[in-house]
Design a protein around this ligand. Sequence first.
Ligand SMILES: NC(=O)c1ccc[n+]([C@@H]2O[C@H](COP(=O)([O-])OP(=O)(O)OC[C@H]3O[C@@H](n4cnc5c(N)ncnc54)[C@H](O)[C@@H]3O)[C@@H](O)[C@H]2O)c1
Length: 343
Amino acid sequence: MRFIQVGVGGFGHVWVRVLKESAAAKVVGLVDVSEAALEKACAAGGYDRAICFASLEEALKKVTADAVVTSTPPAFHKHDVVTALKAGLHVISEKPMSDTMDVCQDMLHAAIRARRTYAVSQNYRYSPPMWTMSHIIRSGTLGAVGQVKLDFFMGVDFGGGFRHEMPFPVIIDMSIHHFDLIRFITGLDAVSVQGGAWNPPWSNYKGDCSSTALFEMNNGARALYNASWCAKGTFCDWNGNWQIECEKGTVIYEKGEIRILHVPELYAWKKTEIVRHLPLKKTAQHHVLDDFIRAVRAGRRPKTDALDNIRSVGMVFATVEAMKTGRRVPVLGARLRTRVKGR
Ligand SMILES: NC(=O)c1ccc[n+]([C@@H]2O[C@H](COP(=O)([O-])OP(=O)(O)OC[C@H]3O[C@@H](n4cnc5c(N)ncnc54)[C@H](O)[C@@H]3O)[C@@H](O)[C@H]2O)c1
């Protein structure tokens, strides 16, 4: 499959490598507004400068492609995705779909109208521990999920860039991974959210960088999410620390280790089991790309296409709304819920 990659600097270097390493992908165009980023991407991938362009429109005029991967900052995703879809191409975009819910909805509708595949890269699903936890919970051996606690605490200085300028930086740029994981691991969807956000005095982010959110899931369970990028002290890894409590026990994840506390009856703990991670042939972006190419070829939906992802990104923007208003907010509006129901 022939790809144009838009946004090759920053995290885009991961996609330069992943596309290069895929036997099923061929890069026919690289797009970036930065000459230096294009230079570096050409060196990393062994590409000729002739396939470099300053805009997607220019690339589309000069090369023939089947799909676009975009790794520009979130505010540019709509342009890249809609331009590619209108040109008849399939698309993978980096998360989050965009930086407002209205724009995400426009992008979803553009994909439906174009009858092309639009997948969002939710690479956190495809790491052995998250894959394993999803398998444990979805197998049903521990019974129904009743409550989830996910704590994400890190002190991270990106040294400037869009994250330090945007409102609710953790929730809009990072928590999409965690919210998508809550859905992926539990197999549940969020119905509504309440929450609050604040900015500690030492934070070097403009937006509120610490937050707490409480989701009601569609089986009545609650998921409590606490997160900060300006934490001082002990940090978790990028997946966060998890406690998923089910009818017959609890799954705990911390820094790569998964434990099951078997509690088959009421509160009486029976034993603790350390769980070995399930093997995963392709991880992270490699998995996203492989699933995308197979899905396009087979005419099926990729696992994290826009119709699925709107339920995760919907959690993000409902959380933002809850934090702004102090109210309990539905995760998808009634019209959008009807649109995606059963799809
Ligand atoms: N999946 C993950 O684990 C993960 C990790 C980090 C970043 N990301 C995502 O990747 C995306 C990019 O983040 P980043 O940290 O690389 O940002 P960045 O600002 O460091 O880099 C973005 C690149 O896009 C280029 N660019 C900016 N505007 C452009 C435009 N209009 N057209 C073409 N190129 C343009 C920039 O020159 C730069 O090379 C974001 O959506 C971010 O959330 C994902």
